[in-house]
Design a protein around this ligand. Structure first.
Ligand SMILES: NC(=O)c1ccc[n+]([C@@H]2O[C@H](COP(=O)([O-])OP(=O)(O)OC[C@H]3O[C@@H](n4cnc5c(N)ncnc54)[C@H](O)[C@@H]3O)[C@@H](O)[C@H]2O)c1
Length: 275
């Protein structure tokens, strides 16, 4: 039986992670856009990987369930890389909550029922979740454990409560880390682990949309004033993901690792602190 790695969101971060953890395995490159998945597959096939594509919409349980069926048809799902998402400048509040928050919850449920023993997952969250002020213990608990189908009905996510697309994104990304923490307990029952990475600004098409969008100036300032003083690359996130998904990460599950060049540190204790 082949070992399978599923990438949901075959963008730059997803591909970089998959290249590090998929040698000798079958890679399913899934994306909302068939042409994106296909473009990724060309590169993978030209560089020694066994890869196929799938069209999947993270915001649809039906679609994710079909992807699970496709993936398990190839073999044992040993790796799940969730790197699909929309950023604050790319979509309205409802779409951000549906894709980034609800979609991640469903994906963890769906793949958490088939992940193979010894398997591992990684969910790409964001530094944005770290800038959201603390929520109450009850809100944290609700985001972590409310059944996925009821999540978007939580009062804290109601129309008047979510101020704008950035707020929606921050809430979704905070929820991703909380959700992974709760799901790590369930995944462990199958002998599997799951963690979140919260990247800072990493140059990809999504980040370039932010840098050239309405919040571009703020993002450029963030890079300039960050302790590391530059944006990150998808490969730097992938190195971390490889550690988390591999045997060196065997003691790590339910964790969220911030990799942001120190932007969050500066936001709380440095030059990026709100005046
Ligand atoms: N690049 C950054 O600076 C940065 C920082 C923090 C977090 N992130 C997160 O990293 C993840 C990956 O983004 P990236 O930077 O690699 O961007 P990217 O644009 O290269 O890839 C994102 C991919 O997600 C796909 N996608 C969008 N909506 C989808 C849906 N409903 N179903 C399935 N696929 C969908 C897109 O088609 C695209 O291929 C996102 O969750 C993003 O929020 C990125």
């Amino acid at each position: 039986m082949a070992e399978v790695v599923v990438v949901i969101g075959a963008g730059q971060i997803g591909q970089a992670i998959a290249r590090r953890v998929s040698s000798g395995k079958h890679v399913v490159l899934a994306d909302l856009h068939q042409d994106s998945a296909q473009a990724a597959a060309e590169v993978f096939l030209n560089t020694g990987f066994d890869a196929t594509t799938a069209v999947a919409d993270v915001s649809s349980r039906e679609s994710l369930h079909a992807l699970v069926e496709t993936a398990t048809g190839y073999g044992d799902v040993k790796g799940v890389i969730h790197a699909a998402g929309v950023s604050p400048s790319q979509a309205p509040v409802e779409t951000i909550l549906k894709v980034d928050l609800y979609g991640t919850a469903v994906l963890l449920e769906e793949f958490g029922t088939v992940i193979a023993p010894g398997g591992a997952g990684v969910v790409i969250s964001s530094q944005s979740g770290h800038r959201l002020p603390a929520l109450t213990a009850e809100q944290d608990h609700a985001l972590a454990t409310t059944p996925a189908e009821e999540l978007l009905s939580l009062p804290m996510l109601a129309a008047g409560q979510v101020t704008d697309t950035l707020h929606a994104y921050q809430l979704a990304k905070r929820a991703n880390s909380l959700r992974v923490k709760a799901e790590a307990v369930r995944w462990a029952k199958r002998g599997a682990r799951v963690n979140t990475i919260s990247p800072g600004i990493v140059i990809t098409p999504l980040a370039r949309d932010e840098l050239t969008g309405p919040r571009g100036e703020g993002y450029r300032r963030m890079i300039e004033l960050s302790p590391v003083g530059r944006a990150g690359t998808p490969d730097e996130i992938a190195n971390l993901a490889a550690l988390l998904m591999g045997s060196d990460g065997a003691f790590i599950t339910g964790s969220d690792i911030l990799a942001d060049g120190g932007v969050t540190a500066s936001f709380y204790y440095g030059e990026l602190a709100p005046k």
